[in-house]
Design a protein around this ligand. Structure first.
Ligand code: B16
Ligand code: MG
Length: 220
């Protein structure tokens, strides 16, 4: 049997940090007089921090120097980290620990592949840092999803062939990145949104042990 490797996105797959990103971006948007709703926040999922700010500025037709952007990005992150500080294992999304423990018990290599520069800190707060054999986060990648860089780096760190990797992602760009990397993409969210994913589940409670066994045994 070919050795499979599993790669997980963080926000929207393992934890719901989108609500904290929203609160921190909302505060900044309010300060800048830009209207910003929870629906607008959907556009920022899976997108890098600096690109998120650019999208918000475009929404409000506001221009800013690079120095001003740096100051606001630091403020936003400080605010975001104050929410992260409150996180515990209770913030892990339902049934994620069951799936991770199942894979671990079958000695399946696992990596995190996230756009977040705060990924390690978040995993440590919720007590999942030790579950992953490799972490590739926003500090290590130069090209954002849908570029496959983050997932290809994760596969390399696990010494896995892309065709043997399974990726769990909640963002359209993330699914595209996994597909471009030649990996098996599993969407977490809505089927109508994640149309390019090979399979879609609403959340991990829908992922059965039989399905995981099937993924582990499946030939590429
Ligand atoms: P940070 P993921 C992404 O995480 C978030 O979905 C996105 O909203 C955020 O802007 C990005 O991380 C960067 O996060 O500000 O912590 O570096 O879904 O790729 O795990
Ligand atoms: Mg995500």
């Amino acid at each position: 049997m070919t050795q499979k490797a599993f790669i997980f996105d963080l926000d929207g797959v393992i934890v719901d940090t989108a609500k904290f990103h929203y609160l921190a971006w909302k505060k900044l948007a309010d300060d800048l007089g830009i209207s910003f709703s929870e629906e607008d926040n959907e556009q920022l999922k899976g997108v890098s921090r600096v690109r998120s700010l650019e999208i918000i500025l475009q929404m409000g037709k506001v221009t800013m120097t690079d120095t001003e952007k740096t100051v606001h990005l630091a403020e936003k992150n400080e605010d975001y980290l104050s929410y992260i500080a409150t996180m515990t294992s209770d913030d892990i999304l339902p049934d994620v620990p069951r799936v991770l423990h199942f894979l671990k018990s079958h000695n399946i290599p696992m990596a995190l592949g996230s756009a977040s520069k705060n990924a390690k800190q978040i995993l440590a707060k919720v007590g999942l840092l030790e579950m992953f054999d490799a972490i590739v986060d926003g500090n290590e990648v130069s090209k954002a999803k849908p570029d496959p860089e983050v997932f290809l780096n994760a596969a390399a760190k696990l010494s896995a062939t892309p065709a043997n990797c399974v990726v769990f992602e909640d963002a359209i760009a993330g699914i595209q990145a996994a597909n471009v990397a030649g990996m098996y993409s599993i969407g977490i969210g809505h089927r109508e949104v994640l149309t390019e994913a090979k399979q879609v589940f609403k959340n991990f409670t829908e992922i059965s042990t039989q399905f995981l066994e099937h993924l582990i045994q499946k030939t590429a």
